[in-house]
Write a protein that binds this ligand. Structure first.
Ligand code: NCD
Length: 324
């Protein structure tokens, strides 16, 4: 029997060797991130310039975990670039519920789309997907590990509000153990000069050992760990609040005991500098009282808007397209 000839002769090994993914903020150099933030700023000012750069391209959003902002901002980003979107919003509505592996799923998605944003409850899932993918994979959150596109959003927000990414005291407050946005933000910020962290959490929810040892201590970054938010507030340029990650707890009692450990109120905001900004990746549960929303320093809704511009810039980079 003769050998079956491939329909199209593509050397997938060569193609994949040069393909970029975003799995961790460190996959991009500081210069590349600066460039993304600059383009995102231009997109905000001149959206029409970018309205057709992805005509004919498709983004797949493969979300095995709940999401509002990340999935919809990815979809809004691709639509804003002239492309289209397809995907699933829960594991139940995909063949994962029949036992299909991430590796097999991404092989299939590679036949249907040009780029994929994936969220998964297991740490490392997006990395596994990238290893088997014929298209760029973006990690849209893998368990309690990393969330690099939230970090791009956070960097754009901080840069827009403070005019710099260096010389900042950043307070990270809440669930620093399971909060993947915190891990990615620390990874990214330590590359800028003169960054100090105040890590505010109960002892049970402190940053994981690998962040403390391999990132903060290894790079000689100034940081302190506190239990008390009031003590930290007067020193901060940025306060990054986070939700206690109920879905990653092993038992409900611990969650109930810890869930309201920090609640930012207008009274507490009086302790902060007039030019300190409050960020939160959202969703908020109780950790920022709704009265704080009126404070001009509350930047979390604006932050969600920045997420669209920066994801537009990211999709363009990974698909290697630009306005003519
Ligand atoms: C965050 C996440 O999914 O990690 N949300 C988001 O993507 N904006 C934060 C959270 O869920 O607490």
């Amino acid at each position: 029997m003769g050998k079956i000839k491939p329909l199209i002769a593509i050397d997938t090994n060569v193609k994949e060797a040069f393909m970029r993914h975003l799995l961790n903020p460190l996959d991009f150099s500081v210069e590349e991130i600066d460039d993304l933030l600059r383009i995102a700023g231009d997109i905000e000012r001149n959206p029409s310039k970018y309205a057709h750069v992805c005509d004919g391209k498709k983004l797949a959003t493969c979300f095995y975990e709940p999401s509002t902002r990340t999935r919809l901002s990815f979809e809004s980003a691709m639509l804003g670039l002239g492309g289209s979107v397809l995907g699933f919003a829960s594991a139940d509505s995909s063949s994962a519920s029949k036992g299909e592996s991430v590796a097999d799923t991404i092989r299939i998605i590679s036949c249907y789309a040009d780029i994929c944003a994936m969220r998964h409850p297991k740490e490392g899932a997006a990395t596994v997907a990238a290893m088997h993918s014929g298209i760029p994979v973006i990690n849209a959150g893998d368990g309690g590990h990393q969330h690099p596109t939230q970090t791009l959003t956070d960097l754009l927000t901080i840069y827009s509000l403070k005019g710099r990414l260096n010389d900042l005291t950043i307070g990270l407050c809440g669930d620093l153990k399971f909060g993947r946005t915190v891990h990615s933000l620390i990874n990214a910020m330590v590359r800028y000069p003169n960054i100090r962290f105040i890590l505010i959490s109960p002892p049970e929810l402190q940053v994981p050992e690998y962040i403390r040892e391999d990132v903060l201590k290894a790079k000689n970054i100034e940081f302190k760990e506190l239990g008390n938010l009031d003590e930290a507030l007067p020193d901060l340029d940025i306060l990054y609040m986070t939700r206690v990650q109920r879905e990653r707890f092993f038992n409900e009692e611990d969650y109930i005991r810890l869930k309201d450990c920090y609640i930012l109120t207008p009274k507490k905001m009086k302790l902060a500098r007039p030019d300190m900004f409050v960020l939160h990746p959202l969703p908020r549960v109780n950790e920022i009282s709704v009265e704080v929303d009126k404070d001009p320093r509350a930047a979390y809704f604006k932050q969600a808007q920045y997420g669209v511009y920066v994801r537009m810039a990211l999709i363009m980079k990974l698909l290697e397209v630009s306005p003519c």
